[in-house]
Ligand binder design. Structure first.
Ligand code: DGI
Ligand code: FE
Ligand code: FE
Ligand code: FE
Length: 187
């Protein structure tokens, strides 16, 4: 599947705003893949489909997690997390993508996980720094992303965790575990 074909497949599932975000994630993913040596074709496909399930019914996704997915903890930390693991499932079963690295990049693009592959890191970070993103701290993360992939992810994880804690929202355990692992790997 080339980029044009992939974009045509994802477009009906997204709003115009989310489609523009997706184009930004593709651009950022390809740039990071180039810089850090990830597979560009896989980075492109994972980026195109990363938010595939963003507008699925929450109840449908909760059922899917209960019935088909291994990790049930995605149910317990806010509905915003559901589109990542459910997206991986739908992309595999509806779009016929079977590459596990691509599917995991989609599955963990919101939360991260300890031991992320290079491709998973690229898509996770691209989602955070794509050109349309405007939140506080994003420019710092963009700068760090030019020199060190893991340091940029640490910064993004820190920002997200602080954001959630300021709002008294729960933090997904794997998000904290990802931060710990990347910090410990630095030593
Ligand atoms: O889908 P996007 O908007 O492009 O971005 P995303 O997939 O990173 O989702 C962002 C949302 O997910 C945002 O509302 C914050 C939430 N989120 C990210 N990490 C965590 C989280 N929510 C919880 N509860 N725990 C997390 O670790
Ligand atoms: Fe997302
Ligand atoms: Fe994200
Ligand atoms: Fe996204």
């Amino acid at each position: 599947m080339n980029q044009e074909q992939a974009l045509l497949k994802v477009k009906p599932h997204l709003t115009e705003h989310r489609y523009q975000h997706t184009l930004g994630v593709v651009e950022a993913s390809l740039e990071l893949a180039e810089r850090y040596g990830a597979n560009k074709q896989k980075a492109m496909l994972a980026a195109v489909f990363h938010d595939y399930a963003k507008f699925r019914e929450k109840e449908e996704m909760k059922q899917l997690v209960l019935e088909k997915l291994e990790d049930k903890t995605f149910l317990d930390y806010g509905d915003e997390l559901l589109h990542a693991p459910c997206g991986a499932y739908y992309v595999e079963h509806e779009q016929g993508i079977t590459d596990q690295d691509i599917l995991n990049a989609i599955r963990f693009h919101t939360t991260g996980r300890p031991g992320m592959t290079l491709l998973e890191k690229v898509v996770f970070l691209a989602d955070y720094i794509e050109p349309n993103r405007q939140f506080k701290g994003v420019e710092d993360v963009r700068q760090i992303a030019r020199v060190n992939l893991d340091d940029a992810i640490i910064e993004a994880l820190k920002n997200t965790t602080i954001f959630l804690m300021k709002r008294n929202q729960p933090v997904f355990p794997k998000t904290i575990a990802t931060y710990n692992q990347l910090i410990q790997d630095k030593k």
